[in-house]
Write a protein that binds this ligand. Structure first.
Ligand code: F6R
Length: 609
């Protein structure tokens, strides 16, 4: 959500270098973009509503810079306009600043600054930071930044320049990720490693309260009262240069859907022990005895991560016989949660940076609870603060709509369920049977990917529909919620997920010949019940797409279209049905020419509460 990239170069560099970094950050926000660069004792700024590509046209063709900061925005305070775009400056244009996060007390600060003669141009919370820093300036930018930030409540990742200190960028973090990198061209700062891949050899992740000073090859990070950059854990970037490349695919989302067979294999490979019919998850850092003590599991997450948790909760309940629930992280945080001694918590997050999930995690930790992470991004905030958990190994996910990370999160939770189940009542035979079934999943997913033409045809049949129900029971209930979420996100169509059983308790009132229902109904233990619900919809002239397994059979008679997926064990059915609903949403959105990788109002990784 919003992206920052900055460079303090050892020599003059083409401006395109910074713009390339900004472009790679566009998946984090894309309603406006801006760039500030310094030439001797003057700061130049160009900023504009719209995409990063729109900004290009406003820059000098031969732009060269030694120091520059850039930003791509996802609006929180103030509409996406030229004026509200970052960078922002103080009244004299001497301080230039880009910011991710939210300044909670900005109204009070703004009022006080205005009373002292500061003139504001934008409606943003960010602008107060530039004015505050200017007020504290007394010859040293980092000191001014430190003093200004003492007055601020809220979250920030910032990068700041000042006209009198050419070459210098000061960066600071509280609650909004920032990394500092060192490379051949100089020192870099970014809110996301993807912006500086190929430019930085080594990186350090800033922690809350850190202030970094970059000046060409020189850099220091102040942590607490010390300045001990050398002692920090520098790491190499583990992201390949090709991450921001969609190859032959028209969209990153499709590329990532198609990557799922291999991505899923990366999650379970090396983690299963067929001989014992169990899983091995070294990153949990738990002794066998600790697993036996667990009497409850709570899975905290948002959006698709929450829904992967909702599937996982059933898996853990079924295999490990532990009472498990998935909880919406922001609701859980404010529910005065009961943190039992033997309750195990998982914070689930693809990015590891979702503010709502981080805050729920911290609330549980504050109450003495044990929280493990289930994350994709290595060294993200959740990974670092939990210190243990399960990496889902999905590879970089670039599309705003999560796909492969849902499958891999479900797999991580399945492996946990298998591991704990085998320590309790799950038989060796059933453990081995499930392991054999997992091994077949990648090929079955490939079969579903090959159904794309059929799925497109089904999407065409429903092309006119403006309202959708996604209906399923058991393991297919959370998958139905996910199907509806995906369709809303990328096709801008009203879609709601319900338990197929719940539908007759109210939602059925809306069914008529213009209302489409997608039934997620593999041939499992609740198939017959769901079939009854489908007929209830049919009896009211509703249009129906049935997603099932093995064969269409009698469904063909009662549905407008049927998608038949490979046969699968009931507990593993979400690994297949999820792919089908992803592809349906993708094809539906593509028929409507929606901007699939940059859906309106959304951005990847929601780092504000
Ligand atoms: C849906 C989607 C969002 C995220 C949610 C949590 O396609 O991408 O709903 O799942 O914002 O994000 P993470 O998993 O990064 O915490």
């Amino acid at each position: 959500m919003c992206g920052i990239v900055g460079i303090s170069g050892v020599r003059k560099l083409p401006g395109g270098l910074l713009m390339e970094g900004l472009k790679r950050l566009e998946y984090r926000g894309y309603d406006s973009a801006g760039l500030a660069w310094q030439v001797h004792r003057r700061i130049w700024i160009r900023k504009k509503a719209g995409k990063v590509d729109d900004l290009w046209g406003d820059l000098p063709e031969d732009l060269e810079l030694r120091t520059g900061i850039a930003h791509t925005r996802w609006a929180t305070h103030g509409a996406p306009t030229d004026v509200n775009a970052h960078p922002h400056t103080d009244s004299d244009g001497r301080v230039a600043l880009v910011h991710n996060g939210v300044i909670d007390n900005y109204r009070a600060l703004k009022k006080a600054l205005e009373a002292r003669g500061h003139r504001f141009l934008s409606e943003t919370d960010t602008e107060v930071l530039a004015h505050l820093i200017a007020e504290h300036l007394n010859g040293n930018l980092e000191e001014a930044v430190a003093l200004a930030l003492r007055e601020v409540e809220g979250t920030y990742g910032i990068a700041v320049m000042h006209v009198n200190e050419p070459g210098k960028i000061v960066a600071a973090r509280r609650g909004s990720p920032l990394i500092v990198g060192i490379g051949e061209d100089g020192s870099l700062v970014a809110s996301d490693a993807v912006a500086i891949v190929g430019r930085a050899d080594r990186v350090v992740h800033l922690e809350d309260g850190d202030i970094a000073v970059l000046n060409g090859k020189e850099h220091e990070v102040r942590r607490g009262s010390g300045q001990v950059t050398a002692a920090f854990d520098w790491s190499m970037l583990d992201i390949p240069l090709t991450v921001a490349d969609k190859g032959a695919y028209p969209h990153f989302m499709l590329k990532e859907i198609m990557e799922q067979p291999e991505a899923l294999e990366d999650c379970f490979r090396g983690r299963i022990q067929r001989e014992f019919g169990t899983a091995r998850l070294g990153g949990l850092n738990m002794r066998p005895r600790d697993f036996l003590d667990i009497d409850r599991v709570r899975l905290l997450g948002c959006g698709t991560s929450y829904l992967a948790g909702a599937v996982g909760a059933r898996m853990i309940g079924e295999l490990a016989r532990i009472e498990t629930t998935a909880e919406y992280a922001p609701e859980y945080r404010y529910s005065n949660p009961i943190v039992g001694k033997n309750t195990l918590f998982f914070a689930i997050s693809q990015s590891g940076e979702t503010a709502d999930t981080i805050m729920a995690m911290r609330e549980v930790i504050r109450k003495g609870g044990k929280v493990l992470g289930i994350v994709n991004r290595v060294a993200s905030t959740i990974a670092r603060e939990t210190g243990a958990g399960i990496y889902i190994h999905a590879g970089f996910e670039y599309a705003v709509a999560s796909t492969k990370t849902m499958l891999n999160t479900m797999m991580a939770l399945f492996l946990f369920a298998l591991l704990v189940g085998r320590m309790r009542d799950l038989s060796l035979a059933r453990g081995r049977q499930l392991i054999d079934e997992i091994a077949l999943l990648p090929d079955k997913i490939r079969e579903i990917c090959a159904l794309r033409p059929q799925i497109r045809e089904a999407a065409m049949r429903f092309a006119e529909a403006e309202n959708f129900y996604y209906l399923g029971r058991g393991y297919s209930y959370p998958v139905s919620l996910e199907g509806a979420l995906k369709l809303k996100e990328i096709a801008y169509v009203h879609a709601e997920g319900y338990s197929a059983a719940e539908m007759k308790h109210g939602p059925i009132a809306l069914i008529d010949d213009k209302f489409a229902s997608i039934f997620v109904m593999p041939r499992d233990s609740v198939f017959n019940r769901t079939f009854t619900n489908l007929q209830e919809v049919r009896a009211r002239q509703g249009t129906v797409l049935a997603i099932t397994t093995r064969e269409a059979g009698e469904l063909a008679q009662f549905s407008d279209a049927v998608l038949v997926l490979p046969e699968v064990d009931e507990i593993l059915s979400p690994f297949l049905t999820t792919v089908a609903v992803q592809l349906f949403a993708y094809e539906f959105a593509s028929l409507r020419n929606c901007p699939i990788d940059q859906p309106k109002n959304l951005a990847k990784s929601v780092t504000v509460e």
